[in-house]
Design a protein around this ligand. Structure first.
Ligand SMILES: Cc1cc2nc3c(=O)[nH]c(=O)nc-3n(C[C@H](O)[C@H](O)[C@H](O)COP(=O)(O)OP(=O)(O)OC[C@H]3O[C@@H](n4cnc5c(N)ncnc54)[C@H](O)[C@@H]3O)c2cc1C
Length: 560
């Protein structure tokens, strides 16, 4: 079937729903396509909180400086200024919409400390902040009359006369493909955590939005900037929120020493994430860990703080490792967590493809540069979700309704039928994905070098060939998850290439990109964004550069 709307949003996480709400408020007829029920989006898993300079003695300039320093000076400072200036208003609006943040003894909004921040400016709801924000927004979009195509899976963007004009999506419950046309499309399809193993991300974070936009002509920027979170639970890779360290927890080596004194003597456990993940990796490699982990020790916080402010991670450690954080330290290690890079946009979410906007983790505005500060991502989704919703609705008013698209619908139908018809030759999506993700962790993880990255590129070619042989185990139509996994693996493979290529090209160390063969930051050559454009499945991507926008903070040596 064919459906028409003014604005089509892909994704019902915080970015997607915030943009949909704003577009609807601007008078547009808005629809959202989401492969899961909206409140199952990965935003739901966000624990620690959301940043804003709202408190007495704090200022947006201080928040902006911390963000720029955290980014290792790769963030665009005009975008950072917008985000930090608008943050307080967005927090207050969420309170007004019904999201009840934690209050201190005086009844005022209370904060907690987070890494890389010079002030405690993280607002939170226990350790379920993402869920609280997401549910609030879901209520709001239903009230605003936004149509939700729930459990529909976007397989391709529709481009008409050079402008993005909708998407083809698979209705999972029936297996039917549909064309959704729109005057403007907002890509809010979230991150690409499953490109790595281990990762803190949900299984649905497969980079669909990067690949869909890339294939439709948008550029991907800063893709080598992949964040490893310092505290993921041993064994499972589940996130142990930074809020634990924000509340005062220590990181210890096997001798019980707070090893960060060697790496970040001033900020210690609250240094930026890239700094701590590198420190842990070095300590573990030097034999100072325990079975490949270090210890997160919260015992001194006492049961009250742990049970009231960190209840979810307390339960997780108990359920998965049988460890009670009140009584014993928990083994943790760095795990892939977040993608700083993404679909290049301006501060209103516009990409280089007319009619295509992007917001949230999938986008690169860029406010995180080489390393994101904790609790700045939820903020990014809200501020730039709102801005792109407004801009997309305004753009939609200025253009005609698209009319075509049935040829794309047919070719997508043929592509999926061909996938379903592939004979089984012993290759499965699960094996290829695991090999891809462990390969990325090994060669394109916390530390990188020329030799490993070249191996990664070669290995990626082999994985792509193997992907051609992956058969879909389930030949049915209803809820064919096997088909969805195979399509997602195709998106992951597209995302891997720019990550590896930029990591190889960028002969310096900056933020999360640490090259053992080029350990210094090199502003003379690399204070710039690297952008990739898609040139077909078998061609090398196009490469271009963009200068970093510097408004008031000149690059300095970064220490914590
Ligand atoms: C465990 C964890 C904890 C975190 N904690 C914090 C924190 O405390 N503070 C902070 O600032 N950040 C945190 N982050 C990061 C932050 O939560 C995410 O970056 C942010 O929520 C991403 O929001 P989003 O709206 O961009 O995407 P998501 O919430 O991931 O939503 C993506 C949406 O896109 C849809 N979608 C994807 N592909 C398709 C497709 N092909 N077709 C249709 N729909 C599709 C999905 O259904 C989903 O609705 C955390 C991340 C994780 C993983």
């Amino acid at each position: 079937m064919i459906f028409d709307h003014d604005v089509l949003v892909i994704g019902a996480g915080l970015a997607g729903m915030r943009s949909a709400l704003e577009a609807a408020r601007s008078g547009a007829d808005v629809a959202i396509v989401s492969k899961v029920h909206p409140v199952r989006s990965h935003s739901n898993a966000a624990q620690g909180g959301i940043n804003a300079a709202l408190g007495e003695g704090d200022s947006w300039e201080s928040h902006a400086f911390d963000t720029v320093k955290g980014s290792d000076y790769l963030a665009d400072q005009d975008a950072v200024e917008v985000m930090c200036q608008e943050a307080p208003g967005d927090i207050i609006e969420f309170e007004h919409m019904g999201c009840i943040f934690y209050r201190n003894e005086d009844g005022r909004l209370g904060t907690r400390a987070f890494g890389g921040a010079s002030q405690a400016r993280t607002y939170f709801v226990g350790d379920i902040t993402g869920q609280a924000l997401l549910i609030t927004l879901y209520d709001q979009i239903l009230k605003a009359g936004v149509k939700v195509y729930e459990e529909w899976f976007a397989t391709a963007f529709y481009v008409e006369d050079g402008a993005c004009a909708g998407a083809v999506a698979l209705e999972l419950i029936t297996g039917e493909l549909h064309l959704l046309r729109a005057k403007a499309v907002i890509d809010g399809a979230g991150g690409v955590g499953r490109l790595y193993e281990p990762s803190t991300n949900a299984l649905i974070c497969t980079g669909d939005g990067y690949a869909l936009a890339y294939r439709a002509g948008a550029a991907l920027a800063d893709m080598c900037m992949v964040q490893y979170h310092p505290t993921t639970l041993a064994g499972s890779g589940f996130l142990m929120t930074e809020a634990a360290r924000g509340e005062g927890a220590y990181l210890l080596d096997k001798n019980g020493d707070r090893f960060l004194k060697k790496y970040a003597p001033t900020k210690m456990e609250l240094a930026a994430r890239d700094v701590i993940s590198r420190a842990e990796t070095l300590e573990i490699a030097a034999g100072n860990g325990i079975d490949g982990n270090v210890l997160l020790d919260s015992r001194h916080l006492g049961p009250d703080v742990i049970l009231k402010k960190l209840p979810q991670i307390h339960e997780m450690a108990l359920d998965y490792l049988g460890i009670d954080m009140i009584k014993a330290p928990v083994p943790v290690r760095p795990g892939m967590h977040y993608m700083m890079g993404g679909v290049k946009t301006d501060i209103d979410g516009a990409t280089k493809v007319p009619g295509l906007y992007a917001a949230g983790e999938v986008a690169c505005v860029s406010v995180h540069g080489g390393n994101r500060l904790g609790a700045n991502s939820l903020l990014d989704t809200i501020v730039f979700g709102r801005r792109s919703g407004k801009a997309a609705a305004a753009y939609a008013k200025s253009v005609e309704r698209p009319r075509g698209g049935s040829a794309l619908l047919r070719s997508e139908q043929e592509r999926l039928s061909a996938l379903l018809a592939r004979p089984y030759k012993g290759e499965t999506h699960a094996k290829v994905r695991l090999d891809l993700a462990t390969m990325m962790d090994r060669y394109v993880g916390v530390y990188r070098d020329d030799e490993g990255l070249r191996k990664a590129l070669e290995e990626l070619k082999r994985l792509r060939r193997r992907y051609e042989d992956v058969a879909v185990g389930d030949k049915g139509r209803v809820f064919n998850q096997a088909l969805q996994f195979v399509l997602e693996l195709g998106f992951l493979l597209d995302c891997a290439e720019p990550v590896i290529r930029e990591a190889l090209m960028r002969t310096e160390s900056r933020g999360a990109h640490a090259r053992t063969d080029y350990p210094e930051r090199n502003d003379a050559e690399w204070l710039k964004h690297v952008l990739f454009t898609y040139r077909g499945p078998d061609a090398e991507p196009g490469v271009s550069y963009m200068p970093v926008t510097i408004t008031r903070w000149k690059p300095e040596v970064r220490s914590y």
